[in-house]
Design a protein around this ligand. Structure first.
Ligand code: 5GP
Ligand code: ZN
Length: 139
């Protein structure tokens, strides 16, 4: 896509610190890292989000993510790695090219804000109804 910032990174028009590349996937360091090693894994073919990405590209992204997570484990020995992927401006997706965040948390560093939400028991009736509603809408 012409004016997509991540497509420009893939084409080499904007510099990036590349972590991984194959025929379908590109991965690079996030320039506003939430933690040391924060990496974005993206499909080379432009797709905005989880609804639009072809399954084949999604599988390629996840395979690459698994390899990169393995490399992070070896290189950084993190306490854990959070994977996050936002879909839509309503949940603060900023760059409208599918990207999976890999965010390692190193030993002795603060907890990642995206992993620290409070667990509050929900309304079981509402939970059941909503689960059924989603299930009934499956293709
Ligand atoms: P989102 O909120 O859309 O999931 O996150 C977009 C991410 O892309 C942010 O973490 C942001 O730091 C990162 N980002 C935005 N522009 C650039 C850029 O030009 N280069 C790199 N490496 N990361 C970017
Ligand atoms: Zn793009």
């Amino acid at each position: 896509m012409e004016d997509c910032i991540f497509c420009k990174i893939i084409r080499g028009e904007i510099p990036a610190f590349k972590v991984y590349e194959d025929e379908a996937v590109f991965a690079f360091a996030d320039i506003n890292p939430i933690s040391q090693g924060h990496t974005l894994v993206i499909p080379k073919r432009h797709a905005e989000n989880l609804w639009e990405i072809p399954e084949k590209d999604l599988c390629s992204v996840l395979s690459a993510a698994k390899r990169i997570a393995g490399a992070m484990k070896k290189a950084l020995n993190p306490a854990g790695i959070a994977c996050l992927q936002l879909n839509g401006r309503g949940v603060n997706q900023v760059v409208m090219h599918y990207h999976l965040h890999l965010m390692p948390r190193l030993e002795g560093t603060p907890e990642l804000p995206v992993t620290t939400w409070e667990l509050k028991p929900g309304d079981m009736d509402e939970i059941k109804k909503t689960a059924e509603k989603i299930s009934a809408a499956l293709p």
